[in-house]
Write a protein that binds this ligand. Structure first.
Ligand SMILES: [Zn+2]
Length: 85
């Protein structure tokens, strides 16, 4: 099992915002629901790991509306959990 590069929480599941049955492929974007970190999947056979984005890659991804929406939804869930305890 791989872990988030920032918060080190284990990543035990994946989901795709557009295809529920999808598995990650190399360079797909990973969003950690715990801390919001963005990273790139690295898939080698059965082995799935993460690598940090370069500054250029991150700047490009931050223009992607799907990623912006995913980050906003994550923040709404976190805020709701904080409010509701
Ligand atoms: Zn994290």
């Amino acid at each position: 099992m791989t872990a988030c590069l920032r918060c080190h929480k284990g990543m035990d599941t994946y989901s795709d915002t557009t295809d529920k049955g999808a598995q990650p492929t190399t360079d797909d974007v990973s969003l950690c629901l715990y801390c919001g970190d963005l990273a790139a999947f690295v898939v080698d056979g059965e082995n799935v790991s993460l690598r940090p984005f370069t500054e250029e890659e991150l700047a490009e991804h931050m223009k992607n509306q799907d990623i912006i929406n995913a980050l906003a939804i994550r923040q709404l869930v976190i805020d709701k959990e904080v409010i509701n305890g």
